[in-house]
Design a protein around this ligand. Structure first.
Ligand code: CA
Length: 229
C-alpha cells in the first residue's frame, strides 16, 4: 500500500499487518503519505527508492532486522529520522546499546495516535539539524553525500539519483579501479549478468555534465576510477 500526501511520505516497515494498517491510518489522517513494507530487505530498498521523510521501523523483521536497516542507512549517509518499534525488552536493550542514530522508539503495544505524534516530533526535531557535510572531491568535482549536492569547479550540477550514486561511489575511493560488474552490483544492486552497457552510458552522462572538471578515468579493459586528489 502506498499513497502520497502533503507532509511527505512515511515508510512503515512492520510485518504485523494489523499494526501497519492502523499506523498508516493515523499517519494518513495527520496528512502524511504512507508506504508499508513487511520484509526488511524490501524496506531498505524502499528507503533508497522512495526517500521518505521518516521511517517507522519494527526491529523484528524477516530478511533484515530494523537495527541492521538503520545501520545501513547511516552508513549510506542517510540520516532520515527513524522511529523504532519493538515488541521485546531484549530488542530494546540492543537498540539502546548502539549508537546508530535512532531518533525515538515505541514499545508494543502502543497507540497509533501516539505513534503519529512521535513521528511529528522526530520530524520537528530533525528539521534543520542535518549532520555536518560529508564531502569527497577529485579533480575539480566535489560531492556532499549528506545533502546529495555536486559541484564541478564553482558550479553546482544537477544529477539524477543514479548518476549521483555512481559518482559518489567512485569519489569515496579515489584511485581504486572498479569493473563494470562491480559498479552494477554496488550502485544499481544488479547481478553482473544484467548487462554492463548501462554503466558506460551513465559514465558518459556524468562526463558530459561535469565537463572539464570530470575526474572519471577509463581503465582500458577493466573499468573506471576517479582520479585521486
Ligand atoms: Ca515484527
Amino acid at each position: 500500500m502506498s499513497s502520497s500526501a502533503g507532509r511527505g511520505l512515511v515508510l512503515v516497515a512492520e510485518d504485523e499487518a494489523a499494526i501497519a494498517e492502523l499506523a498508516a491510518m493515523y499517519l494518513t489522517r495527520d496528512g502524511f503519505g504512507v508506504h508499508i513494507e513487511s520484509d526488511g530487505l524490501a524496506a531498505l530498498a524502499a528507503v533508497r527508492r522512495l526517500r521518505p521523510v521518516a521511517v517507522v521501523l519494527d526491529i523484528g523483521l524477516s530478511g533484515m532486522d530494523g537495527i541492521e536497516i538503520c545501520k545501513t542507512m547511516r552508513t549510506d549517509g542517510d540520516w532520515t529520522p527513524v522511529l523504532f518499534v519493538t515488541a521485546r525488552d531484549d530488542e530494546l536493550d540492543r537498540l539502546l546499546g548502539l549508537e546508530i542514530g535512532a531518533d525515538d522508539y515505541l514499545t508494543k503495544p502502543f497507540s497509533p495516535r501516539e505513534l503519529a505524534a512521535r513521528v511529528r516530533t522526530v520530524l520537528r526535531r530533525s528539521a534543520g539539524s542535518l549532520p555536518p557535510a560529508e564531502t569527497y572531491s577529485a579533480g575539480g568535482t566535489r560531492v556532499d553525500v549528506i545533502r546529495r549536492r555536486v559541484w564541478a569547479g564553482e558550479a553546482e550540477i544537477a544529477l539524477t539519483s543514479t548518476e549521483f550514486d555512481l559518482l559518489a561511489h567512485l569519489l569515496r575511493r579515489p584511485g581504486q579501479v572498479f569493473t563494470r560488474e562491480q559498479l552494477l552490483s554496488s550502485v544499481w544492486g544488479y547481478s553482473a549478468s544484467a548487462g554492463t552497457r548501462t554503466v558506460d552510458v551513465h559514465i558518459a552522462q556524468l562526463r558530459a555534465k561535469l565537463g572539464d572538471e570530470s575526474p572519471l578515468r577509463t581503465v582500458r579493459g577493466i573499468g573506471y576510477s576517479a582520479d585521486g586528489g
